[in-house]
Design a protein around this ligand. Structure first.
Ligand SMILES: *Cc1c(COP(=O)(O)O)cnc(C)c1O
Length: 433
């Protein structure tokens, strides 16, 4: 038996078990679609069990900004694991968490002064919403228990997060009886660099004024609506949201889980509008894609409001809160980013993407293309068949995982010009044929 056959057999055995025992994201176990087995990864390359190497256009759902197997991040993890990989955070503290929280306060927009660490993006969103609700309970206004959000948004898969995801592309339809009812304004229509028209926020304005007595917070993804539609919108919209929240006594939660750490061209997308939210959620790229970690930041006013209320504390505390291993890697990842000329690098990727998407506009099946920072989107006229198109991308030596009508790339920031060229021309060949 030659070695190739051996690998094939081993792989198919593993894939058989995979399909027998393992759920994948949004997957069916009754009609499973075979997954690709990754055995290792380095830089922008994923290595499959059959020996093929793929250029990763997804950065593992936008997290692996420095690429895979980075010596600096590996060293941070190894160093910390020899000290302590986890210890409870109740009554105990440690340098990795304290240093991370200090760093996050320093680099995020002004006024975000307190940090609550948690395990994943969705949990960070749950915590943000709970902060807003508990704040108003503490202020003697428990009737302020509704949220206002934007259509085409995405905030995660847990229940409070689900309740503010887009009602059509999200899961409201199936979970109608169990998901809390909140208010939705139309998705912003004006693009990042287009002239502003107050009409774009007219309905939002009406809703916030009408329901201000019941509204605890507005929650939105600043500038980039990610998994709900891959849309970019005007900084003026965000500026107006901040003003309307102030005028109507409503808190503003910015979900920067997708945009945080440079992806949109600014370190945080709120910077596009020069605003500070009252509460901010971070996740995804926070550890450079090494481990799961998230953070919810809030203003001193929000934390004071919560802690001076009847409960006397914020009512939350995950088991793995402040995990030292994850915090140590997050510190190393953020230092690595900030010590590089990350802004020039994102501009390099943006400029190349702007040129690379042009030929797609001539394809019959393409509705439109758009680029912001290290995000490139090719929106098709109809939803793509992911399983089928995935095979063709893999045959091109690239890893791209579209959703709905969107074929998009959010590559690791370390991708070279020639790797990005290969990624985009591979996508072009698949979509053109
Ligand atoms: C991915 C994402 C989440 C959810 O994060 P998980 O880590 O998957 O729970 C929430 N909000 C936004 C904007 C995201 O992109």
């Amino acid at each position: 038996m030659n070695s190739i056959t051996k690998i094939d057999l081993a792989q198919s055995e593993l894939l058989k078990k995979d399909q027998q025992f393992v759920w994948h994201p949004y997957s069916s176990l009754s009609a499973p679609i075979p997954a690709y087995e990754v055995v290792s990864a380095k830089g922008v390359h994923l290595k499959l069990a059959d020996g093929r190497e793929l250029i990763d256009g997804m950065a593992s759902w936008w997290c692996a900004i420095h690429g895979y197997n980075h010596p600096v991040l590996n060293a941070a993890a190894k160093d910390q694991i020899d000290k302590v990989s986890h210890v409870m955070f109740g009554g105990i503290t440690h340098a990795p968490a304290v240093n991370l929280c200090e760093k996050l306060v320093a680099i995020t927009p002004d006024g975000l002064d307190k940090v609550f660490l948690s395990d994943s993006g969705s949990v960070a969103v749950e915590i943000a919403i709970k902060m807003a609700f508990q704040y108003w309970i503490s202020q003697g206004q428990p009737q302020k228990n509704k949220l206002l959000t934007l259509r085409r948004g995405y905030h995660g898969d847990t229940f409070a997060a689900m309740s503010v995801c887009d009602p059509e592309t999200g899961m409201h339809h199936i979970f109608d009886q169990v998901v809390a009812k909140h208010h939705f304004a139309p998705a912003p229509m004006i693009g990042v660099h287009e002239p502003w028209d107050e009409e774009d926020i007219a309905e939002f304005t009406t809703i916030i004024r009408e329901h201000k007595q019941q509204l605890a917070a507005v929650i939105l993804e600043p500038i980039v609506q990610g998994a709900g539609g891959m849309r970019f919108y005007s900084p003026h919209y965000l500026k107006r949201v901040r003003e309307l929240c102030d005028d109507n006594n409503v808190l503003l939660i910015a979900d920067e889980i997708a945009t945080g750490f440079g992806r949109s061209g600014k370190l945080f997308a709120c910077e596009w509008a020069g605003i500070s939210p009252d509460i901010m959620c971070l996740g995804k790229a926070i550890t450079g894609g090494y481990m799961t970690l998230a953070a919810t930041l809030c203003s001193a006013e929000v934390s004071r409001g919560i802690c001076e209320g009847e409960a006397g504390c914020f009512m939350h505390g995950p088991t793995f809160m402040g995990n030292p291993l994850a915090c140590a890697v997050a510190n190393a990842s953020i230092d690595l980013l900030l010590s590089s000329d990350w802004q020039a690098n994102i501009q390099r990727i943006e400029a190349q993407l702007l040129t690379a998407v042009l030929p797609f506009n001539a394809l019959n099946d393409v509705a439109t293309t758009r680029v912001l920072g290290a995000i490139g989107v090719i929106e098709m006229k109809t939803p793509v068949n992911v399983a089928e198109i995935q095979k063709r991308f893999v045959a091109e030596g690239i890893w791209v995982r579209p959703f709905g009508k969107n074929v998009y790339v959010m590559p690791p920031y370390i991708i070279s010009d020639s790797e990005l060229e290969q990624l985009m021309s591979g996508i072009y060949r698949v979509l053109a044929n």
